[in-house]
Design a protein around this ligand. Sequence first.
Ligand code: ADP
Ligand code: MG
Length: 588
Amino acid sequence: MKEAVEAYRQYGWKKFFQLMFKSRLPWTLYIISIITAFLTTTISLGLPIVTQKLMEGKIFEDGLVTQYVLLSVASAVMVSISAFFAYVTGPITRRNIQQTIWPKLIRMPMRKYAGSSSLQQISRVTIDPSFVDSAISDLRMMLTATYSLVGSFVIMYNMNVKLTLALLPIIPYILIVSAVVGHFTQKTQYGVQEKLSGLTAFFAERLPKIRLIKTFGKEAEEIERGHAVIHDQYGAEKKRAVVDLFAEPLMQSVRAIVVGIVLIYGSILVSRGELKVSEVIAFYLYVQFIHNDVLKYGIFWQSVKQARGAAEKISGIRDAEEEKLQREHSFDTVADRSSGDITFENVSFSYGEKNVLSHINLTIPEGKTTAIVGPSGSGKTTIFSLIERLYEPNVGRVMIGDTPAEDIHLDEWRQSIAYVSQSAPLLSGTIRDNITYGIRDDMSDEEVINAAKLAAAYEFIEEFPDGLDTEVGEFGSRLSGGQRQRLAIARAFIMNPDYLLLDEATSNLDARSEHLVHQALQKLMRGRTTIMISHDLKDIGHVHQVILVDQGKIVGTGNHKDLMGESDLYQKLVDIQNQKSSKLAATM
Ligand SMILES: Nc1ncnc2c1ncn2[C@@H]1O[C@H](COP(=O)(O)OP(=O)(O)O)[C@@H](O)[C@H]1O
Ligand SMILES: [Mg+2]
């Protein structure tokens, strides 16, 4: 908590103003709202003078009553007009900031996502823009308060110099009180927010894992943890309330002192004949204005601190580079011109500091199947990520035929690859949406059904009353792992990709699903450049080439037979897998 508050204080103004001026703010509306707010203040500043004259018993002179009524009505009308403009600028500002952030959040390179949780990334499009927007509207409030403050003093000074000067020594006290109250309110408010996001994070993580919690019988423990998080939140709120308890009387003391000076010194001046009672009343009203205006400085100070933090974080995303999709060559011309072999030339790669691949040289021949085998954590999936160009190698390069991969249009390259992973994630939507996701929207039922049949998926799709229009539920929760896998394969059939990447695609399935998925994959692989990460003898026994990876290095290349003869590690990995398979078969 302490470090978080410290970190929070470092944020400067630069990013805040940069964001303000680069975010297509509705400037015209802002200016209108500032002008209307100033007009409102001007009218309000006139009211005490009219009141004063009324108090002097001049009720039938100069149409004073009419003036008073007109000023009151005008002030009410202006207040609502200015509030209207203030209300419309807020949502526009938020929308504009959100609409600049979201494309960035999608288009950033993968490595930019590291280092912040998805919940933190969600805040970049949800609460952070609203902090910035409230600070901007508080800025307007502060400008108006300053105008009102200066205006009040000028009018008071013209009315009575002595009484006005008597109020000046109180200004340092007001400033100190506002600063102290502002500081503690801000600090405890930040604590409340921090605990609240902790609370949200806790539930957002636990609820989707309810199955895991029940399976492990951890309900009681999780209830305890949840209670602790809830109690933390309560504790932060309590601190905030205690600060309010002291803040309120302190702020009231300012008012009491100021009003006291006006009444006591005012009455002395009245007794000396230097001031009229009606003027004391006007002073009294102006002093109320001043008190309100000063309070606004405190609010502004707090909201701007928050906004500076938010602006800094938003800018981190806003200023991030985007993946460049257009490159020198289109994939089609490269494919026409040369072979589609994928070659790694001395490739090294690390995630941040963590070195994962070292000096990898390999060739994946076009139209054949290559298997990648290696212990868990050895860098197999990372090799796939480099092929998909989700990350760039730190050293060396990946070639497609004789063209460096980085020179080929990125979107076209990725569209030529189908990736089927162990987890086969789905988006919410229908089965059809998921099969055709990112391919074409206008696909006929026939095409989709055909692909589903090839993937052995149609048999279970048919059993749902809504067929292809069945909702898959959040993250595909209504489907089993094997079913999700087969939808991913159906999608790959429709894509008809040049390259097929299978990342332990059959390793988490029950025996029957494994059999169906295996058969569907065999059909899909036919005549296609396939790279599979697998340890299953059914897969690797007959492939063209096996590449053995260990701790980010290639430690063997050849066919299954060669490696069985040469490598103890390879034998061991195959043995473990065989034992698993025979256990699985026994349960069939
Ligand atoms: N996004 C990531 N950020 C940081 N480290 C990662 C990331 N993905 C994988 N790693 C690390 O890189 C190493 C290789 O991971 P991976 O390629 O997934 O291995 P494999 O697929 O062979 O099990 C592991 O030590 C893993 O912890
Ligand atoms: Mg992996």
